[in-house]
Design a protein around this ligand. Structure first.
Ligand code: AHM
Ligand code: MG
Length: 315
């Protein structure tokens, strides 16, 4: 069974890019170990601090951020680190050819209940600075800390899935994830319905109507509240994930962050044959203006994403 290092050498001739991915994979393996022991170590609670987005940080948010920082500091090819947990971009190695943007522990509100969380990362060329559209990513990935620890990664070709074995080696367990074109499963926080715009309302109502609605088929709904878990399910069996712009999040531009949540997930989805959209344009084409910028996120099975985009065109 191929391991990550061998897969990387077949995917890219650029050893420095491969090295950056190995550093993030190393950080993920270390975070997995910490998470497995966290309830015993009493680390699942709040840290008593808030991040730049005004969100309460968990102790594990900060620990995970420090682990990523340590791994990347040992890598001379990383010039800048952007992290959800750090107000400003951090200068790393002046010689580095890459920028890494990361959410070190996404979905951390799920830690108390032992539900899957993840580390998301995007790799950009250093020359353009951190504010580049997702289209120019060199690679992206996430680690899902679930029943198995999975690393999902893409350079430019297929989106591949690795599983961490007992010896700490990432084993290739799915060479090319394929998100089916059509799906009968959507993921959205329906408790926010009163804030939705007409397009989101139209799409969800049409889906909930099942066989009798315009979509003409039955849908099921899933919402973990942990983006990595929701996206991983969609990558493995299809579906659509929506965190659209709504009247409550509109002033901030959305809920999820462009650089280290939306862009890497859009990049991975594209490599698996899925689509990503803000409703009005491909997420990968959004030009960022700030490192913690937020964006509406709609991604998954191509046919469903197109259906949502059709609703936006009508509105
Ligand atoms: P976080 O980065 O602070 O963990 O927030 C992001 C998370 C996503 O993982 C998830 O999709 C979303 O927030 C859940 O939002 P909601 O609380 O509205 O269900
Ligand atoms: Mg997050």
């Amino acid at each position: 069974m191929t391991d990550l290092a061998r897969w990387l050498s077949a995917q890219t001739q650029d050893d420095t890019l491969a090295g950056v991915i190995l550093s993030m994979a190393g950080a993920g393996a270390e975070i997995a170990g910490v998470l497995q022991q966290a309830p015993i170590a009493g680390q699942t609670g709040p840290a008593g601090a808030t991040n730049v987005q005004g969100e309460a940080q968990k102790a594990l948010d900060i620990i995970s951020n420090d682990i990523v920082l340590n791994h990347l500091r040992q890598n001379p090819h990383v010039s800048i680190l952007v992290s959800e947990e750090l107000d400003e971009a951090v200068e790393m190695s002046s010689q580095g050819g890459f920028i890494v943007a990361t959410d070190p522990l996404d979905g951390s509100s799920n830690l108390d209940v032992n539900v899957t969380v993840g580390t998301i990362f995007s790799v950009l060329p250093a020359a353009g600075g951190p504010l580049q559209a997702g289209r120019v990513q060199c690679a992206a990935g996430y680690v899902a800390y679930g029943p198995a620890t999975s690393l999902v990664v893409r350079i430019a070709g297929d989106t591949s899935v690795f599983t961490l074995d007992g010896a700490g080696t990432w084993r290739l367990t799915l060479a090319a994830a394929r998100v089916p074109e059509a799906t009968g499963e959507f993921a959205i926080n329906t408790a926010r319905e009163r804030f939705w715009d007409a397009a989101t309302r139209g799409y969800v109502h049409e889906s909930v109507a099942g066989e009798t609605g315009a979509a003409g088929k039955r849908y099921n709904m899933r919402w973990v509240g942990s983006m990595v878990a929701d996206i991983h399910r969609i990558l493995m069996r299809g579906g659509i994930f929506l965190y659209p712009l709504d009247s409550e999040t509109a002033a901030k531009g959305g809920r999820l962050r462009l650089l280290y949540e939306a862009n890497p997930m859009a990049w991975l989805m594209e490599g698996a044959g899925g689509r990503s959209s803000t409703g009005r344009q491909d997420i990968l084409d959004v030009a960022p203006t700030a490192i913690h910028q937020r964006v509406p996120v709609i991604l998954g099975s191509a046919e469903e994403v197109r259906r949502v985009e059709d609703w936006y065109r009508r509105g």
